[in-house]
Design a protein around this ligand. Structure first.
Ligand SMILES: NC(=O)c1ccc[n+]([C@@H]2O[C@H](COP(=O)([O-])OP(=O)(O)OC[C@H]3O[C@@H](n4cnc5c(N)ncnc54)[C@H](O)[C@@H]3O)[C@@H](O)[C@H]2O)c1
Length: 253
């Protein structure tokens, strides 16, 4: 039994890493997937992978940090597939690795704009549509760094803590409207984000990160996708306002 059969599933940042794995899994579960992302070199290859699972999947170019752009993407999804059943707010950036005293205002704002304000913009538009339908599921991609600090990543850590606060508050506001809102907090997952952050490709840095996970390896994007499908489907019908840590034990140390 396909768990997202004929559901409209909107995923930001769905062309790479975790978002792409979630898009592939949602398509495999029968969902009509709308991938919202800034244009990237991954476009054709990623869409082919997703469409191989369900040919209805489509791409819509949008910027999660721009409310009008996100509104256009959600309007596109609902016009094309008639409903908005599941939204995964996953688009995110890593930011520079700098401590607070030397971090520029620009760096701070560039991370907060996508990783926190972007999630607010997405939820604002998605929940507006879902409230009219009186049904829907929102999943926000947070991080273990939404629960603990990490040197050199203050903007990222602050944004992810904020995402968990937004998740809990939206869950309370819309629990009686048929809308569930949850978050996933992944540990370090093997994606291009880690390469950009200088972790992949640097054996010492990578081993240090791996050793922080009791399972003693990085996570795989598909392992986050499994959690996403659970939270997106009726299997989690009594779960709202929570965070699912998928972290190889990182937060239990
Ligand atoms: N990789 C990890 O270790 C890890 C751990 C915890 C949480 N996360 C979170 O998971 C999410 C996905 O990360 P990933 O590792 O797959 O990264 P990634 O770099 O592989 O993918 C991120 C995607 O987001 C898109 N994106 C970036 N800015 C955007 C914007 N303004 N609008 C629309 N799309 C945008 C990119 O084009 C890309 O396709 C992020 O929110 C990240 O913070 C990642």
């Amino acid at each position: 039994m396909k768990r997202l059969k004929n559901k409209t599933v909107f995923i930001t940042g769905g062309l790479s890493g975790i978002g792409k794995a979630c898009a592939v899994a949602a398509a495999r579960e029968g969902g009509n997937v709308v991938v919202g992302d800034i244009k990237s070199v991954n476009l054709d290859g990623a869409m082919k992978e997703i469409q191989a699972e369900n040919e209805s999947a489509v791409f819509f170019e949008c910027d999660a940090s721009d409310l009008s752009s996100i509104s256009a993407a959600v309007d596109f999804a609902t016009e094309k597939f008639k409903t908005l059943d599941v939204a995964l707010n996953n688009a995110g950036v890593g930011g520079d690795n700098t401590s607070i005293a030397v971090m520029t205002e620009e760096d701070w704002n560039s991370v907060l704009r996508v990783n926190l304000t972007g999630v607010f913009y997405c939820m604002k538009k998605e929940i507006e549509v879902m409230a009219t339908q009186k049904s829907g599921v929102v999943v926000n991609m947070a991080s273990i760094l939404g629960k603990v600090g990490f040197s050199g990543s203050s903007a990222y850590v602050a944004a992810k803590h904020g995402v968990l606060g937004l998740t809990k508050t939206a869950a309370l506001e819309y629990a009686t409207c048929g809308i569930r809102v949850n978050a996933i907090s992944p540990g370090f997952i093997n994606t291009p984000l880690l390469t950009k952050g200088g972790i992949n490709g640097n054996d010492t840095a990578k081993q240090q990160i791996v050793s922080m996970h009791p399972i003693n390896r990085l996570g795989k994007p598909e392992e986050i996708a499994d959690a996403f499908i659970f939270l997106a489907s009726a299997q989690s019908s009594f779960i709202t306002g929570t965070t699912l840590d998928v972290d190889g034990g990182y937060l239990s140390r």
